[in-house]
Design a protein around this ligand. Structure first.
Ligand SMILES: Cc1cc2nc3c(=O)[nH]c(=O)nc-3n(C[C@H](O)[C@H](O)[C@H](O)COP(=O)(O)O)c2cc1C
Length: 474
């Protein structure tokens, strides 16, 4: 089963009772976010708020809020190995998008004649009590173009509403939209930008993932879908936008003019971020949407959340791909853990092949151009990096701190890590833990690492196969 748009995915979730419709009127600011927070903590279903204040458009959230729904989006069994395999396949076999005619693009069905981002028809929440303003782009796609190579980038960069036709764009200096911005600035021209809201799950996942430099996220989204993504040329620029998105905003980012302040915004580590002064902004010149549109957004904040689920799995796949492209042998699996805020903690499982392999992995994990896993743990292939219990067991039984822990001072970080004091924002100590079996050290002492206590693998396999026969339900 593949999904051409958000609507078809929602219909599927409904079929599997993974969607809940809230028909009661809820307040856009405050009440709606509190419901989302409680729902995340209960690992609840996707939600459609059908009556948000006096707005006519429903708000959809949480469609990718659990690993099960993430797997459902990819039409695979709900397991992390299956998700990893699907991502690997998408990177191996990207599928370019298909450009459709404007008349065949539902996102062009209706044009808003009067642009007022605060008013009808879109219910844009102020997601956190201390936010600087309502945030229209939270789980969406910001589309930009490299004016030299034609490379189109699709990334999830938040958009605060500044006034009725102006939005912010939280651009970090090494993100791909920033790289495009620098090129437009060199040319002396404003950067065309489109913002697509209400997306099929493949575009959402590719947009939020650290897809390598120069690769079009639409190709990776196509690889995840197993079919091309329909795109349509934007009305005001050469950008290609998802043809079946619910809403498209078209505008321009000035290169020499800035908005005085952006934020603060409730951030993924569960803290309020600092304000950006001054900030990039996008002047919105045109808005089109589908008939009876849906507005999609998500509550950012501490894990667990939809954002954590999306980022943890997407980034793990992206880091895996980064290590593969670097030519590092023996990599078995990678987990950017959800409770490490889907960013700070990376666990890599390996088949140990050569001396120094673990140090090479530390270096490449810390050297990822846009990810920021300050703590990297390397385990043997018998440890599932997604299982925190086994990872802790490996640390307890295979690590000597003075031998196996490496600390690097003044490494790269992001400014949103609250463990770092303000004067050191953007810098971080990096810690690598080699939690692999210390075979070399045992050999030096003329011995072998002790044997394990687990039953024989063939016994385990046999028992697993006939588990039901012992009277267990599953
Ligand atoms: C819900 C959500 C919100 C995000 N918000 C931002 C943001 O505001 N700014 C940013 O730089 N990255 C943000 N990210 C992470 C980026 O989308 C991610 O790093 C992506 O790889 C960026 O695209 P790029 O690799 O093409 O630069 C967010 C991710 C998610 C899932």
């Amino acid at each position: 089963m593949i999904y051409d748009d958000l609507r078809s995915f929602i219909a599927r979730l409904d079929e599997f009772r993974e969607l809940h419709r809230i028909t009661k009127r809820v307040e856009k600011d405050g009440e709606l976010s509190a419901i989302c927070r409680e729902n995340f903590d209960r690992a609840g279903p996707a939600l459609i708020f059908e009556a948000v204040g006096d707005y006519t458009t429903p708000l959809v959230t949480g469609v990718l809020g659990t690993n099960e729904r993430y797997a459902r989006a990819l039409d695979i069994e709900p397991s992390i190995p299956a998700i990893t395999e699907k991502w690997n396949q998408a990177y191996r076999h990207p599928i370019p998008p298909k450009v459709v005619a404007r008349k065949d693009a539902p996102c062009k069905e209706v044009e808003l004649t009067d642009i007022d981002l605060y008013g009808e028809p879109f219910p844009v929440p102020k997601w956190h009590p201390l936010d600087g303003g309502p945030e229209i782009g939270t789980l969406h796609a910001v589309i930009t173009l490299d004016p030299e190579s034609g490379w189109i980038n699709v990334g999830t960069y938040r958009n605060e509403i500044f006034n009725k036709d102006t939005i912010g764009c939280y651009v970090l200096p090494n993100r791909h939209d920033a790289l495009h911005f620098y090129k437009w600035r060199e040319r002396g021209e404003p950067m065309p930008v489109c913002v697509a809201l209400g997306l099929d799950p493949y575009i959402t996942l590719a947009s939020a993932s650290a897809v390598p430099l120069g690769i079009n996220e639409y190709d990776i989204a196509g690889g995840l879908k197993g079919a091309p993504i329909d795109v349509v040329k934007a009305d005001l620029s050469d950008l290609l936008v998802p043809a079946r998105a619910e809403i498209i905003l078209e505008g321009e980012m000035p290169i020499d003019d800035f908005w005085p302040i952006e934020g603060p915004f409730g951030e993924f580590p569960g803290i309020m971020g600092t304000v950006v002064k001054p900030s990039h902004y996008i002047k919105i010149k045109k808005i089109t949407h589908r008939r009876k549109p849906m507005f999609q957004g998500t509550l950012e904040g501490r894990p667990p959340s939809e954002s954590t689920t999306v980022r943890s799995l997407c980034r793990s796949a992206a880091m895996f791909e980064h290590l593969r492209r670097a030519g590092l042998p023996g990599i078995k699996d990678v987990s950017i853990t959800p409770m490490g805020c889907a960013g700070f903690h990376c666990v890599v499982s390996i088949k140990k092949i050569y001396h120094g392999q673990v140090r090479d992995i530390f270096g490449h994990v810390w050297g990822h151009p846009t990810l920021f896993a300050k703590h990297c743990i390397v385990v043997d292939e018998d440890i599932d990096p997604w299982n925190p219990l086994l990872v802790e067991w490996a640390i307890a039984t295979r690590v000597q701190a003075d031998r196996d822990v490496e600390i690097v001072k003044n490494g790269k970080s992001i400014r949103l890590d609250p463990s770092q004091v303000p004067s050191m924002r953007g810098w971080s100590a990096l810690m690598g833990i080699d939690a692999t079996i210390p075979h070399e050290w045992y050999e030096r002492d003329g011995e072998k690492f002790p044997a394990f206590t687990d039953p024989l693998p063939e016994e385990m396999e046999k028992v697993r196969k006939q588990w039901g026969s012992y009277g267990f339900e599953r």
